[in-house]
Structures are given as C-alpha cells and as structure tokens.
Ligand binder design. Structure first.
Ligand code: AMP
Length: 177
C-alpha cells in the first residue's frame, strides 16, 4: 500500500476525543491503531522505510506514547532505544531541556550516556503539535554531541505550525490535520 493510501486508512482508525484532557482540545487517541496488529505492523514498516538509509543508531521515544512507537521502529532499524522522560523519573545521570507550555514550563530528561558524540538519532512521538516537545529533545541530543537524523511523528497538527520551531529538521509525519 502507498503511504498516501495507508495514511487515509490510519486516519479512519485514530479516534478523536473532544475536550480531553481539557475543554477545547481534540485528543488524538492512537490506542485503536495499536490494538490492530496488521495496521500497527505496517505503520512501523512505513516509518522504518523512510529512515532506513539515514544511518540511525539510536531511536528516542518521548514519554509516554512515543515509547510505544519508538521501540518497534528501533527494532526494525536495528538501532538502540532511548527513553526521554519527564523530570525526576530517570535513575542515572541525566541531561535536561525545558520548554514552554500554554501555562508555565515542562522539563524532559534523558540519560547522559544514552547518545554518544556523532551518533545519528531518530526522535519519535505520536503527535507533533506546537513543536515545543520535539524541539527540547533536539536540544538534548545536540548537548550530548549527537546528530538529529530525523523526527518521526504519527500525526502532525499543521495548524499549530510545529514545523516552524523545527526548521531544517527532516520531519516525517504519516497523517496531517
Ligand atoms: P507539542 O510540544 O505542542 O508539539 O506537543 C506534543 C506533545 O503533546 C506530544 O507528546 C503529544 O503526545 C501531546 N499532544 C499534543 N496535542 C495532542 C493532541 N491533540 N492529541 C494527543 N496528544 C497531543
């Protein structure tokens, strides 16, 4: 199936949940997709196919839904998996980056030895919205001397202009709204 045909199919499976977690937000619920083995497997092949020649040695999954996509992509690419977590969850020496939320700030962390200088890294999450989260992860990778080979997102909310914050990055999103 072509990427376009597959994307149309996936769009019918993702569930819109209005007013979650708060009024005015339409939450993109990917759980129906995860529970469909054939569709989930094909989705992982699409992402891995796009980045197969990028020389990726580490795949970073962003807490928490990013973990679910990053792990099978890492296996498919023959790369290591690195969890990016909310502040205070990781046990070992970590680096951090903060980013602005609608109200206040949030901080993400990853282990300081998870990416070696020069390593090529793929960043994975379920939704690209304003781009603040992915931007913070890019800055952590670069603090450690890693190279951001690409950003893979299942869903891109284009009206929030996340790409502007991530100018110059190779962003591959399967579905756009
Ligand atoms: P942002 O930093 O604005 O790009 O937001 C991205 C993060 O927020 C991702 O980790 C997403 O999982 C989550 N997110 C933002 N908007 C939505 C949405 N409409 N539905 C589900 N998750 C969302």
């Amino acid at each position: 199936m072509t990427a376009t045909a597959f994307a149309s199919k996936v769009k019918t499976i993702i569930r819109d949940v209005p007013d979650f977690p708060k009024k005015g937000i339409v939450f993109k619920d990917i759980t129906p997709l995860l529970s469909d083995h054939a569709v989930f497997a094909e989705m992982i092949k699409h992402f891995a196919g796009h980045f197969r020649k990028a020389g990726v040695t580490k795949v970073l999954g962003i807490e928490a839904r990013g973990f679910l996509l990053a792990a099978p992509i890492a296996m498919e690419l023959g790369a290591g998996l690195v969890p990016v977590r909310k502040k205070g969850k990781l046990p070992y020496k970590s680096v951090s980056a903060s980013y602005a939320l609608e109200y206040g700030m949030d901080t993400l962390e990853m282990h300081a030895d998870a990416v070696q200088p020069g390593e090529k890294v793929l960043i994975v999450d379920d939704v690209l919205a304003t781009g603040g989260t992915a931007g913070a992860v890019c800055s952590m990778v670069e603090q450690l001397g890693g190279k951001v080979a690409g950003i893979a997102m299942l869903i891109e909310l284009e009206f929030l202009n996340g790409r502007e914050k991530l100018a110059g990055r190779d962003i591959y999103s399967l579905i756009k709204y």
